[in-house]
Write a protein that binds this ligand. Structure first.
Ligand SMILES: *Cc1c(COP(=O)(O)O)cnc(C)c1O
Length: 498
């Protein structure tokens, strides 16, 4: 069956997957969603013995129905190769009575690699399929991890330029250096004086700026997005929930068909939406536990049905989740509203104009698959200590938010029997000051770079290539701008005013 894509905000016209991947965002500002959520064609049973790539193929072909088998397998094989330092790509680790799904074995040691290592192949294949020989400019806002993962994925890809905006004061030193030292002649990295929401709003505005679009077109060029608003980012993430479930079955931790809980530390709602799609496809998931840090807009929304961004933006030790406007929630709203895009459009404009919206009771009913919890900074550090003290297994701050949320879930529901997978979204090496500081106050005084070796000694995990000697690499990108100047910077980089 062929799946077509439409905008959550209702503009007319259906797109094929490849068209939706090229566009990134719909012309009306909405996000592309499948006209109906696909089911898995094959039996779960036949998936148990598959390796990561085979699982990914069987999941992704249900969404990208205009790709041939050969095209899709080419994308998957090119993405999930030796760039990952674990042969399983996304291994499960049992510790502290739960299963951590390690999604950080890619080149930038955060889970964004799972999707951004394949997106460039999906995009270039889509361009070929549509016979488009335009240059594509990838414009991306990052809370720290998307940026580097996108730079890795798109570096030196023919016909593509990539511009990354990040909040100058909202990322870790290692995240900042990872981006500023990036090589690749087609890459541009810009810090902004503002937070992630400012960066994301700025990028969305440039995307929809008719004047800029015109100028680009006259240079035979166009924008696309590497943020999780692109359906080509979301779909590859569905695959690892299937893979993780099959790993549990293979290891005889569960019986096939047995429901599990899934915990996802959440920011832009992309990763957890992928789990929601997996559940809809037929994966036996009981509860989806949505874990937030102190920027707990999603927690409040799931509890009360009111989404309210009118609050202070908090900088936490899990910066990749410091977000007050969760873009992908729009795709969930679309499902909750039974595909009524008028409803979605009204909420989104109310959010923009008044800063909040409230869903009605029937939509609230649809939230029952989700359980929300959040972790304070102290609870986050406590979670790191707890997991480490038990099994000497070191988790990062984002994963710790997930673990802490799971503990809340357990004590509130007394559900202690259902097996649980916690999405482990980053390597502790990426946030080492916070992680080591959680273990012992004395590390808070030590600089981020010397902590790398200390971490390796205590965790017995070798230093990943991504951070090895990172402070010795030359800084190649110095640009910083005000949030008001993002458009001008893009025009300058692309030479649009010449
Ligand atoms: C991006 C990110 C998240 C949040 O993922 P979303 O898909 O935006 O919800 C969580 N943890 C880490 C380490 C990340 O990089």
């Amino acid at each position: 069956m062929s799946v077509l894509y439409r905008s959550t905000r209702g503009s007319k016209g259906l797109k094929t997957a490849s068209e939706a991947i090229i566009s990134g965002i719909a012309p009306d500002g909405g996000l592309y969603v499948p006209n109906s959520l696909p089911k898995l064609r094959i039996n779960l049973n036949s998936m148990v013995g598959m390796d990561y790539k085979e699982v990914a193929y069987n999941v992704m072909r249900e969404f990208f129905t205009d790709f041939s088998e050969e095209e899709l397998r080419y994308c998957i094989n090119s993405a999930y190769d030796k760039k990952f330092d674990h042969e399983e790509i996304a291994p499960l680790k049992k510790a502290a009575g739960v299963y951590f799904l390690e999604l950080f074995h890619g080149p930038t040691i955060a889970f964004k690699d799972m999707a951004l290592s394949i997106l460039p192949y999906l995009l270039t294949t889509s361009l070929k399929k549509q016979n488009m020989n335009r240059e594509v400019v990838i414009l991306t806002a990052t809370s720290g991890d998307t940026g580097k993962a996108a730079l890795e994925g798109f570096s030196d890809v023919d016909g593509i330029k990539i511009i990354v905006f990040f909040p100058e004061k909202g990322v870790s030193e290692i995240q900042k250096l990872q981006m500023r030292t990036h090589r690749g002649s087609n890459t541009f990295v810009v810090g902004i004086e503002g937070n992630f929401d400012d960066a994301q709003n700025g990028v969305k505005a440039i995307f929809n700026d008719e004047e800029v679009k015109e100028k680009l077109l006259s240079k035979n060029s166009m924008f696309s997005s590497a943020n999780s608003i692109n359906i080509g980012r979301l779909v590859p993430q569905v695959a690892y929930y299937f893979y993780a479930y099959m790993s549990l079955v293979r290891n005889e931790e569960i019986k096939l068909g047995e429901p599990i809980n899934v915990v996802v530390p959440t920011g832009n709602f992309g990763n957890i939406l992928a789990a929601y799609y997996a559940k809809n496809m037929g994966l036996p998931i009981n509860k989806l536990i949505c874990a937030s840090n102190e920027n707990k807009v999603l927690y409040d929304f799931i509890k009360t049905g009111i989404y309210d961004r009118r609050r202070e933006f908090v900088l936490t030790s899990s910066p990749s989740m410091d977000i007050l406007i969760s873009s992908n929630l729009e795709r969930l709203l679309y499902i909750l509203a039974d595909g009524n895009s008028e409803v979605v459009k009204n909420f989104m404009s109310k959010l923009q104009v008044e800063g909040y919206y409230e869903i009605g009771d029937s939509m609230k009913d649809g939230l029952k698959d989700l359980f929300a919890a959040y972790a304070s900074e102290e609870e986050t550090f406590q979670a790191i200590r707890e997991v480490f003290e038990g099994d000497r297994y070191l988790i990062d701050t984002h994963t710790a938010v997930g673990y802490s949320a799971y503990k809340d879930y357990q004590s509130l529901t007394q559900d202690i029997d259902t097996k649980v997978i916690i999405a482990s979204t980053a390597s502790p090496y990426k946030f080492n000051t916070s992680v080591m500081g959680a273990l012992d106050e004395k590390y808070k005084e030590v600089d981020e770079f010397s902590l790398i070796d200390t971490m390796s000694q205590i965790s017995k995990v070798p230093v990943p290539a991504a951070v090895k000697d990172i402070n010795k690499r030359p800084v190649l990108h110095n640009r910083v701008c005000r949030k008001e100047d993002m458009k001008a910077v893009v025009e300058e980089i692309l030479g649009l005013n010449k």
